[in-house]
Design a protein around this ligand. Structure first.
Ligand code: FNR
Length: 369
């Protein structure tokens, strides 16, 4: 259908379910085991309600904000997803880069270590100089390879490194395992994975990730680069505080879209506990909190921002938009979500992102699962 007839992010998902290959759909849509965390990531957003202000002049709405010191047009970003060529075989991640920068709105993009295009290709595909691109880092069992990747990212003008820590081994995604395939296009597959080709895409990638990674390595990584370092996949307040102690620049509260440990808590609940703990220690301005998992609506984004998130990540929605309409789909997805955010800010009685705060939401039911 004509792209203009699509109304919301779910429309991309439905179309993707209809047209993607079994492999791509299996890999993209799957989550760990019973997929309970995956469903709950989104369901948690249903347990927060708004307390709108009335009689506020909301003629002009401004959705711009800052992430890690860079101005961005929208308070969300496209999160790292591996193997984007499974759904868009010609252009892969390059089309995400284009979609994030070709329109008026510039949306940050986080690029996976397991991207199906090279980092250089993806950075060069970005149409705008004002575009923020980050590297998601899986620390390799071969630390030299990791150092090389960090240097490459620095040289290419990447603005931050998100180290994923929730995947010492990749989760059991049974839908994906059932499809039994080995990706044709991932650079990670240049070596034959120990697990063989019969266990799905995620199993094939997992042998490159170092399961011995620990807090000492994070301190070491910090010494290796001047780029901001953010830890992606933090799942408890105690670890947020540890990350602040180690001196990284932020964390992403995330359970990898429910693809790792099933029954991990929804990040939204952890966010609600995190900000008070940071405030108590006067850390809230020194340290940026990002969140992802289950974000599908402008209201979802606003709820996370009210709770103190700096930026909100989207995983599957970008994959579905890119797999169905390529770069124009990605641009459209960004516009749809921004339209929803603007509309909802107006109805909430708020004109700028910095005015969003906990007084605008009712979280009474948040922990009543
Ligand atoms: C991911 N995610 C992910 N994260 C990461 O740090 N490195 C990676 O290579 C990948 N790869 C990946 C592939 C696919 C198919 C999915 C769906 C997800 C996790 C991703 O960055 C993000 O945390 C979640 O996708 C957010 O949840 P939603 O928005 O998909 O619900």
């Amino acid at each position: 259908p004509d792209l203009d007839t699509l109304l919301n992010l779910y429309d991309f998902e439905y179309l993707a379910s209809q047209i993607l290959t079994k492999q791509a759909w299996g890999y993209y849509s799957s989550a760990a085991e019973d997929e309970f965390t995956h469903r709950e990531n989104h369901a948690a957003y249903h347990r927060i309600f708004f307390k709108p202000r009335v009689l506020v002049n909301v003629k002009e709405i401004d959705t711009t904000t800052e992430m890690l010191g860079h101005k961005v047009s929208v308070p969300f970003y496209v999160s790292a997803t591996a193997l984007v060529k499974l759904g868009n075989p010609e252009e892969g991640e390059k089309d995400i880069a284009r979609g994030c920068g070709q329109g008026e709105l510039k949306c940050p993009q986080m690029i996976s270590t397991f991207a199906s295009c090279s980092l250089k290709e993806i950075i060069e595909a970005a149409p705008s100089k004002d575009q923020v691109q980050w590297l998601q880092l899986y620390v390799n069992t071969d630390r030299k390879a990791t150092e090389k990747l960090i240097k490459e990212a620095e040289n290419l003008g990447v603005k931050g490194i998100f180290v994923t820590v929730d995947a010492p081994s990749l989760g059991r995604r049974e839908k994906d395992m059932k499809v039994k395939f080995q990706s044709p296009s991932s650079p990670a597959n240049s070596k034959k994975p120990r697990t063989g080709s019969s266990q799905g895409a995620s199993r094939a990638l997992s042998t490159f990730i170092d399961p011995s990674l620990n807090w000492d390595d994070i301190a070491e990584l910090k010494r290796k680069t001047n780029l901001p370092i953010i830890i992606k996949g933090v799942q408890r307040v105690e670890d947020v505080l540890k990350a602040a102690e180690v001196g990284v620049d932020g964390v992403v509260l995330s359970n990898h879209g429910g693809r790792q440990l099933d029954f991990a808590r929804p990040p939204l609940e952890i966010l609600a506990e995190t900000m008070p703990a940071l405030k108590e220690r006067n850390l809230e301005d020194k340290f940026e909190i990002f969140i992802d998992g289950g974000v599908r609506r402008g209201t979802d984004v606003l709820k996370a921002l009210c709770l103190g998130a700096k930026g909100v990540g989207l995983g599957r929605p970008a994959l579905y938009a890119n797999s169905t309409y390529g770069k124009d789909g990605v641009q459209k997805m960004i516009e749809m979500l921004t339209d929803e955010i603007e509309y909802d800010m107006r109805l909430l009685g708020v004109t700028s992102i910095k005015d969003l705060g906990p007084d605008l939401i009712d979280v009474t039911s948040l922990s009543n699962r």
